[in-house]
Design a protein around this ligand. Structure first.
Ligand code: GDP
Length: 244
């Protein structure tokens, strides 16, 4: 069960229960049929709210996650606990990856529960057609590392073939590619060719201020992997949304 910041704030119990049930069922079924590998997807929000930056794989259990999504974060952390237990007891090498904020064509573009980028793309489209202002939620100051799903898909395929450890690996662009929500909104505005006004609804939550993660573990394995530039990925996603 996934959703955006605001959906998490409302449904921490559901996020906890559904995800714990899903992962326990999947991992145990994989164990029972003798699967040699399981790759689970964690999330950048598992890291502690109060922490030093950049966060690294070793820090995933070292403090409370942000209060907005504690249900989802703890459920995802438990996959790592369970992977280690499956290794210690029956010897399975199940593993996990930790992606940062993902976006894509075919994304969930619902404003209510879609993540920030597809939400903004949809809102720009509506503002364009109605002639109203674009409303960006929060202050626009929080910072995020966005990863394009087509890049993430290549990395997902690399992991089961080439990465044989149980410890998770962060899949992220570099720290230098982190952008503010304001900059992300500007990229969408440019790609959608929107010339109207943009305002910030500061009554809405900002969520965690930043979640800056280190991709140096990934880089030790794949030093030459080339990420699609943020602007290009936003452009392709906006074009897909407009066409579909
Ligand atoms: P996400 O909601 O899952 O993308 O989660 P994040 O934790 O990355 O938070 C998104 C950030 O973008 C927060 O600071 C929000 O206040 C801000 N934001 C601005 N506009 C939107 C929007 O339309 N939808 C969402 N989900 N977040 C928005």
């Amino acid at each position: 069960m996934v959703g955006d910041l605001f959906w998490n704030i409302k449904y921490n119990l559901d996020f906890w229960r559904k995800n714990v049930h899903i992962s326990d069922n999947v991992l145990h079924a994989a164990f029972e049929v003798g699967a040699c590998k399981v790759l689970s997807c964690l999330s950048i929000c598992i890291f502690p709210d109060k922490t030093t930056y950049p966060t690294a794989e070793t820090m995933s259990h070292s403090g409370q996650p942000h209060s907005s999504n504690f249900g989802y974060s703890h459920a995802k952390r438990m996959i790592d606990v369970q992977n280690r237990a499956y290794f210690q007891q029956p010897g399975c090498t199940f593993t996990a990856v930790i992606p940062t904020n993902v976006f894509r064509p075919h994304d969930n573009f619902n404003i209510e529960d879609g993540h920030v980028l597809p939400g903004l793309i949809h809102k720009v489209r509506l503002a364009k057609s109605s002639g109203s202002a674009l409303m960006v939620w929060g202050t626009g100051k929080p910072r995020r590392q966005f990863i394009y799903s087509l890049d993430l898909a290549q990395l997902f395929i690399w992991v089961p073939w080439e990465y044989s450890k149980v410890e998770p690996v962060i899949l992220s662009v570099g720290e230098e590619d982190e952008v503010s929500i304001r900059e992300a909104a500007e990229a969408v505005v440019e790609a959608m060719d929107f010339h109207g006004e943009a305002t910030f609804d500061t009554t809405k939550s900002d969520g965690q201020f930043k979640k800056t993660a280190s991709n140096s573990k990934l880089r030790t394995y794949l030093p030459d992997f080339r990420f699609t530039s943020f602007k290009q990925a936003v452009k392709e996603t906006c074009a897909w949304f407009t066409d579909n």
